[in-house]
Design a protein around this ligand. Structure first.
Ligand code: FAD
Length: 494
């Protein structure tokens, strides 16, 4: 396809996606590559995307990032999960935590024992059997040896891009300021040859990474790759974001509060709170959304509310010719489970693993696209679950979500859980059994049966089994300081 070796990598766009990619390529392959990143200060970044999930720690380790320096630079706080309020029904809430609930048995997941324990009148709330969830509920946190809490971060997206930029530049990536005006294609192959900036400067490359956000300048405007639209399953298409002053000690979890036509996020940072409302424009106007959000934030409003339009779905190919889309240019599932930054990370790792040093071959492209699509579709199903499995019917939006047809892959999972209590993680899937069970139970889907292995326990054995897990978690959480105290010790004010 393109037999020339890949030496010159051009990254278009310098948001979280662009700088994550530049920092990773420069740090890990910088000696072999010439890396240029083009971004336009006049256009700016989307500036949201502040909640992450635990695999980010792996990328940070790979890049040799010092956690305390990173947290100080991005005003980050710790995150143990997400609290969903009013999702199952108005007034009810649950936490989807990053932890493992209970102990698994070789034949059956913990949920089977918990279901049996409930029948016997012995089991407490499902969350009691998860240390991360208990810690989140009590606003406690620490990174302690042998504690093993599974965590992620809330971070300031603009500061994170700056932090990664300085890393990328230290490792040799070059930043070019300017607006991309034109994308020049090779007549024969249709591959991208160069980008022409408004200043007239031409940036040539062998491999182009499209990180231009929702604009998708390279992958879509130039290469017309196409988009699979998922708005019939994920109908929200707008967000309105605003920052407020903190009014309480930061909680170690994201809050997701459902409203009549969407949901609101609250993300606590060290120095402020990120807020926003995600909504469906079919059921709520921008003005009404703004009013609803402002009525439901706490603390002084620090920024002008900003409407962001989006269309849920994914690019038909994430890699097309000599262009790979990362971040918002590759698609957008929904921010509900903070998976966007994670998918950028996965795209980068996949690119590193499959880097076409000696030239681009179609087999690489096909493999990259197949793996990415498989990953994205499983996340999509997990997000649809939150909207679809609900008892809410109090507004046209929730009635639509509750009654909409869903993908067969999700129907199968829901049916399996409802009938048998079973959940299976498919290979290379992001969300494991623990996540699926927490959210399905949290949304009100209770299995009709449990695995017969749980029936083998006598009442005494079941009581002992459940209480020793609970006691272990209570002991663990009792050792923890408050999240706020730990932050002050871990990231003292500069
Ligand atoms: P952007 O930040 O939009 O960057 C695009 C870059 O391209 C900019 O540098 C811009 O200047 C440049 N550019 C564009 N056009 C040109 C041009 N013509 N010439 C030169 N440069 C150009 N993800 C999470 O993981 N967790 C979250 O909590 C989360 N919350 C979100 C909330 C909302 C409301 C939205 C919309 C998204 C959220 N996301 C979240 C997704 C997350 O924001 C993005 O994945 C992440 O910020 C990456 O964005 P990006 O770099 O792809 O695009």
């Amino acid at each position: 396809m393109q037999s020339q070796p890949i030496k010159r990598v051009v990254i278009a766009g310098g948001g979280t996606a662009g700088w994550m990619c530049a920092a990773s390529l420069a740090k890990l392959m910088g000696k072999h590559l010439d890396i240029q990143l083009v971004e336009s200060d006049a256009i700016g970044t989307v500036g949201v995307g502040e909640a992450t999930i635990p695999p980010l720690l792996t990328l940070h380790k790979l890049l040799g990032i010092n956690e305390q320096e990173f947290m100080a630079a991005t005003q980050a706080t710790f995150k143990l999960g997400i609290e969903f309020e009013n999702w199952k029904s108005v007034g009810e809430k649950y936490i989807h935590s990053f932890g493992t609930t209970g102990q698994d048995h070789w034949a059956a997941g913990f949920q089977h024992f918990w279901l049996k324990g409930q029948q016997m009148g012995l089991a407490k709330e499902y969350g009691v059997y998860c240390a991360e969830l208990l810690a989140a509920q009590q606003n406690k946190f620490a990174v302690l040896p042998n504690m093993g809490l599974n965590y992620a971060f809330h971070l300031d997206a603009t500061q994170y891009a700056k932090f990664l930029r300085s890393m990328a530049e230290q490792h040799g990536a070059k930043r070019v300021e300017g607006k991309i005006d034109q994308i020049d294609l090779c007549h024969q192959s249709g591959f991208i040859k160069s980008l022409t900036l408004a200043s007239g400067r031409v940036i040539e490359g062998d491999l182009f990474i499209d990180c231009t956000g929702f604009r998708a300048l390279l992958i879509e405007e130039a290469l017309h790759t196409g988009y699979d639209d998922w708005t019939h399953w994920l109908p929200c298409d707008r967000a309105i974001a605003v920052q407020t002053a903190s009014v309480e000690a930061p909680r170690p979890y994201t809050r997701s509060i459902a409203h009549a036509a969407g949901w609101q996020w609250r993300i606590p940072l060290q120095h402020r709170t990120g807020n926003g409302l995600v909504y469906c424009s079919r059921y709520l106007s921008d003005d009404a959304a703004k009013q609803l959000l402002l009525e439901n934030v706490e603390g002084d409003v620090l920024t002008e509310p900003r409407v962001i339009n989006f269309r849920t779905g994914q690019r038909r190919s994430h890699w097309n010719k000599n262009c790979i889309a990362l971040g918002l240019s590759s698609g957008f599932i929904e921010l509900l489970e903070s998976t966007s930054i994670h998918l950028i990370q996965r795209g980068i790792v996949r690119l590193l693993q499959m880097f076409p040093s000696t030239g681009i071959v179609q087999a690489d492209i096909d493999e990259f696209n197949a793996q990415t699509q498989h990953e994205v579709v499983n996340i999509r199903d997990f997000i649809i679950l939150h909207y679809h499995v609900t008892q809410r019917e109090d507004s046209p939006f929730w009635r639509y979500c509750k009654n909409m047809p869903i993908p067969d892959s999700l129907s199968h999972r829901l049916e399996l859980f409802k009938e048998t209590g079973k959940v299976f993680k498919v290979p290379n899937e992001l969300f494991g059994e623990n996540s699926w069970v927490q959210v399905m139970l949290g949304q009100g889907l209770v299995p009709q049966q449990h695995h017969p292995v749980a029936d083998l326990m006598s009442e005494k054995e079941m009581e002992h089994f459940l209480s020793q897990i609970e006691q272990q978690n209570v002991r663990k959480v009792n050792q923890l300081p408050s999240h706020q105290d730990f932050l002050q010790h871990y990231c003292p004010a500069q």
